[in-house]
Design a protein. Structure first.
Length: 375
């Protein structure tokens, strides 16, 4: 009752201040809007190409897909509004933004527009379309019976639960660029559906941004190690020594190595926990040596992932893991001396890796079925 009374009082007072016109003027009937659910941005010579898909809504309206060129993103958006015959374009419900690879080479400009555009939410996940433009995926993805928004929704669940696990939004990426000068962005690639009838998209790890520009990719299982350090590793299946393991958790930590007041290097450790899902070779995991051998093999595999991540990071000079920011947080006084040289120091910094692994559940593989009844 108190909330209702307060709301009615606010409405009454707004009439005295002239706010009622603004309040009511912002109201839009949903039937008068084209709700954009997926937005695509592509770089073109002398300008940009903006595409969108409305997705399907509860009313059963057909998907609307469209694209237009402009000298700027704002110009292309205005052109799209002029082409729309079904209602005003509404971007506040946009769920996914796709950057073509050419646009990603100047991702900073696209992020700057997104940050300034009041109609686009900063909590929207951003994706880079590796080796291709976003437009064809946005305007043709899913074929006649589907749409790109359904594809991206499925991909989002897959990345969070069964792939790398870390799904950065525009806000996450902007923060990482501001803090570390580098960031990871989910990468996807266009592909034909298994039956070949329509265009779809598949996950391709992460794109690497440095100073707002695309400079490389983190691929395959290495993406999982990157996500682990950023706090978002998913439950992925891994093949190790004839066994299929499901990762239950994957975490990473970093410790600096000091030589007096100088930073001599970093020690990084990756810890993984897994359970056995399938066995293609007979192993008695009830035997301590067998189990230890499997855990060592898994740890070695995980260390290889992390090495790949660091090779990309140091090779491109992109501190997308935020190692510098972590040093600043934990050692602010020492960081003041390090920070002016960090960009030059980081690519050649000695980083020692270690990994540990434990198999928590073996689901009966500690007593192989083929040995049942022996003895």
């Amino acid at each position: 009752m108190r909330r209702a009374a307060a709301f009615l009082l606010a409405l009454a007072l707004s009439g005295l201040s002239g706010c009622s016109r603004a309040l009511l003027g912002n109201y839009r009937n949903i039937e008068e809007l084209q709700v954009i659910q997926t937005l695509g941005l592509d770089g073109r010579e002398g300008g940009v190409f903006v595409s969108f898909s409305t997705g399907r809504d509860a009313s059963g309206r057909e998907v609307v897909r469209m694209g237009a060129e402009g000298e700027s993103i704002s110009g292309a958006m205005q052109a799209l509004q002029g082409y729309s015959v079904s209602g005003e374009l509404f971007f506040s419900n946009t769920g996914y933004i796709l950057l073509g690879e050419e646009a990603a080479r100047d991702a900073g400009s696209c992020l700057d527009y997104i940050e300034r555009a009041s109609e686009i939410r900063l909590d929207t996940p951003l994706f880079v379309v590796r080796g291709a433009e976003a437009g064809p995926l946005v305007t043709a993805g899913g074929g006649e019976d589907g749409d790109i928004t359904e594809i991206m929704s499925s991909l989002e669940r897959f990345i969070e639960r069964r792939a790398a696990g870390y799904l950065p939004t525009c806000a996450d990426i902007a923060r990482s660029l501001a803090r570390s000068g580098a960031a990871l962005v989910c990468a996807i690639a266009p592909a034909r559906a298994p039956d070949g009838d329509y265009l779809t998209a598949v996950s391709r790890g992460y794109a690497v941004l440095r100073d707002g520009e695309l400079c490389g990719y983190v691929e395959g299982d290495a993406a999982l190690a990157a996500a682990a350090f950023l706090g978002g590793a998913g439950e992925k299946y891994v093949e190790v020594d004839g066994m299929t393991l499901k990762l239950i958790s994957c975490g990473a930590r970093m410790e600096p190595v000091w030589d007096g007041g100088e930073l001599a290097g970093l020690e990084m450790a990756l810890e993984v926990q897994a359970s056995v899902i399938e066995a293609r070779s007979e192993r008695d995991l009830n035997d301590e040596q067998e189990r230890s051998a499997l855990e060592e093999a898994l740890a070695g595999t995980a260390a290889g992932w992390m090495r790949e991540v660091l090779d990309v990071s140091q090779g491109t000079g992109a501190d997308f893991l935020g190692l510098g920011a972590e040093l600043e947080r934990r050692f602010p006084a020492r960081w003041r001396d390090i920070s002016p040289q960090w960009d030059e120091l980081f690519p050649g910094l000695e980083i020692e890796l270690s990994a540990g692994a434990s198999v928590l559940r073996s689901y009966g593989f500690d007593s192989p079925p083929s040995r049942a009844g022996e003895g």
